[in-house]
Design a protein around this ligand. Structure first.
Ligand code: KPL
Length: 306
């Protein structure tokens, strides 16, 4: 299967690298020239706690070079979705399937407006990776990779992709409720990401700071009201406990939003706490804690240029 990864940051490179190692034809596409050049000249280096290995995989800055793909994995930041797809239209043919593995909610809707609903698959992964330098990434942790159709059906194409992911040890789980999976993960991001970025703490420290834990609970409680109003079926029994468990289990992590803020990069706040605020406005549900977190992160982003 020919797989094109749009957005070969840490996670895109990890998925692409593991799939190439498992024998698939993989093309990594990214705007980071140095990363692309390093991968082409000496291979993609994947570092784990026990080993360092080099994988041969193609990398390009211009997706046109890759040609038409069977499967596109979309890993770009949520705010770059439209631009990346427009830029990558050359790889999308009549039979190409586009699988979003991005953070937050609302990405699938953006993609289907460009490529059509029938081409879109949705995924959510709890694998972890960080960029160590051009052409070198750290595989920080393995979890599951949920895969689903937007309408909840279990299709042959889902099974085929799951079997390919399985051979690459990407721990696929085919689900009839991928929307529930996405919203469950969103709750953890709503409770953890903005607060860790604002307080400059690791995920687990939120549990040791009482006012931070109160803010986490308030933001998650607002999100749960939205979940209920939308009739979304979460995939955990006790969502509040789940968010705390994620903070504990990823206790030593520097959240993706804190990393973005520290590197003076735009964050994904719009598809996390921002998504809760937007849904609240549509549904007539007040979301003052999420709105405050959204505005504080936006204010922080605005200071980058001052
Ligand atoms: O997904 C995450 C992120 O940092 O974006 C969490 C779950 C908070 C782990 O760091």
């Amino acid at each position: 299967m020919k797989i094109v990864v749009l957005g070969a940051g840490a996670m895109g490179s990890l998925f692409g690298g593991l799939l190439a190692e498992a024998g698939q034809e993989v093309w990594l596409v990214d705007v980071w020239q140095e990363h692309v050049e390093a991968i082409n000249s000496r291979g993609l280096i994947i570092v784990t706690p026990t080993e360092e290995r080099t994988i041969k995989v193609r990398a390009v800055t211009n997706p046109r070079a890759a040609g038409e793909a069977d499967l596109v994995l979309l890993f770009v930041k949520s705010y770059s979705t439209e631009e990346a797809l427009q830029h990558g239209l050359a790889v999308i043919g009549q039979h190409t399937v586009v699988l979003t593995l991005q953070n937050g909610v609302g990405n699938a809707e953006k993609i289907e407006r460009i490529v059509g609903r029938d081409k879109v698959l949705v995924g959510s992964t709890s694998f972890g990776a960080n960029v160590m330098g051009p052409g070198k990434i750290c595989h920080a942790g393995s979890g599951e990779t949920y895969l689903g159709e937007l309408d909840g059906s279990i299709t042959e194409r889902l099974r085929v992709i799951a079997s390919i992911f399985d051979k690459a040890d990407l721990k696929p789980v085919v689900t009839d409720n991928v929307v529930g999976v996405l919203w469950t993960k969103l709750l953890a991001n709503v409770g953890i990401n903005a607060l860790t970025a604002l307080l400059k703490v690791r995920n687990g420290q939120l549990l040791d700071i009482t006012p931070a834990q109160v803010l986490m609970e308030k933001a998650v409680a607002e999100a749960l009201r939205i979940v209920e109003a939308k009739g979304i079926k979460l995939v955990v029994e006790d969502p509040m406990e789940y968010v705390k468990k994620v903070a504990y289990a990823t206790g030593n992590n520097i959240s993706s939003m804190r990393q973005d803020v520290e590197r003076l990069r735009r964050t994904e706040i719009d598809v996390i706490n921002g998504a809760i605020v937007k849904e609240g406005e549509t549904l007539g549900i007040p979301t003052p804690y999420n709105e405050t977190l959204l505005l504080l992160i936006k204010a922080l982003e605005a200071t980058y240029t001052h």
